[in-house]
Design a protein around this ligand. Structure first.
Ligand code: ADP
Ligand code: MG
Length: 320
């Protein structure tokens, strides 16, 4: 069996025509290894849902080659469908039914026999920590519980490849943590997972590799660490005692001026550095010589938010 679970080459999809045409996918390429958790990270409107709908055979690409679990999504849609699970952006469960009844119903929809469907429903409730609440109507569930039930429903047939479209959007931090734990346990079981998210932290937490999508194309791809390295490596954060000295500090510190960001409320100045130790020593010395008091000086890796801003700003410049 091939070691690639998802292959997308030059995928295109447009909506509308003439002046109103929208290129939702504009030559998108993606490769996901079997067993990997791959994050597709992008802002609203980037093309994430369009990609998921194409991968799960709900929508045909206008052009490009798209294969999932070794089968072409257009020519062999049926073969693909038997091997995938999908958690859409909007839940498909029935509010009036219990969690157990929902899963049993999904089992029957997937042509499991009655007995097998009941067994599977029980197993999945157990696995997602819903065994105690399995008999309650879904309308009484919390957001996190509902999403875990959705996740359970997408796993009825034990898919080779699972698609999760913004699995935690709209959840509170607790619900998000619950769903993250569930996704992690899945990944441990060998299922290939492709998840989309607008949350940089979510991709960082869950994904082995991340593709940053913007305007229907991949803007960058790599591990969270590799993406962070793209912004030019580490940063130095300096918190001053007195926000009034931020301007002076920006002018005199030995760091590249065009990469500096200042947050006056937090009395914080942040700058990219190339040589970590030289930068740290240079900054401390410059502050001392100028008689500016610092509360904290620290080297750190960039956050994915900084990476994202950096990448999308570059693209905005290209387009201009
Ligand atoms: N059915 C549709 N008709 C017209 N435009 C659409 C349709 N679905 C999505 N779009 C547009 O295509 C672009 C990509 O949408 P989508 O794939 O939903 O992005 P995302 O999921 O990343 O927010 C957006 O500009 C969106 O407005
Ligand atoms: Mg979407």
């Amino acid at each position: 069996m091939a070691d690639t679970a998802i292959t997308v080459v030059g995928a295109r999809k447009k909506y509308g025509n003439g002046k109103d045409v929208k290129h939702a996918l504009d030559g998108l390429d993606l490769t996901v290894a079997r067993g990997a958790v791959h994050g597709v990270l992008g802002p609203n409107g980037a093309g994430k849902t369009t990609l998921i709908r194409i991968l799960s055979t709900l929508l045909r690409p206008d052009a490009g080659r798209v294969e999932v679990a070794g089968h072409d999504v257009v020519r062999e849609a049926y073969e693909v469908r038997r091997r995938i699970g999908l958690l859409g952006q909007h839940a498909a469960v029935d509010e009036e039914l219990s969690g157990y009844q929902n899963l049993e119903m999904f089992g029957r929809l997937y042509h499991l026999g009655a007995r097998h469907a009941r067994v599977r429903a029980g197993e999945l409730l157990e696995r997602f920590g819903l065994a105690d609440t399995g008999r309650k109507a879904v309308k009484q569930y919390s957001g996190g519980m509902r999403r875990r039930l959705d996740l359970a429903a997408s796993l009825i047939i034990d898919p080779e490849v699972l698609f999760l479209d913004e699995p935690t959007t709209g959840l509170d931090p607790r619900g998000r943590a619950e769903v993250w734990a569930s996704v992690r346990s899945l990944a441990g079981g060998g299922t290939t997972v492709l998840l989309t998210t607008q949350y940089l932290e979510e991709a960082d937490q869950l994904a082995d590799r991340i593709s940053v999508v913007d305007q229907g194309r991949i803007a960058a791809e790599g591990t969270a660490d590799e993406l962070k390295a793209l912004t030019g490596g580490d940063r130095i954060d300096v918190v001053l005692r007195d926000a009034g000295h931020l301007g002076t500090a920006v002018a005199l510190l030995p760091v590249p001026k065009d990469g500096i960001t200042v947050d006056a409320d937090r009395r914080l100045l942040s700058a990219p550095v190339t040589d970590r130790m030289a930068a740290l020593a240079g900054v401390v010395r410059a502050l001392e010589e100028a008689g500016i008091e610092a509360e904290d000086v620290a080297l750190r890796r960039p956050t994915l938010d900084e990476v994202f801003l950096h990448l999308t700003a570059d693209r905005a410049k290209e387009a201009a």
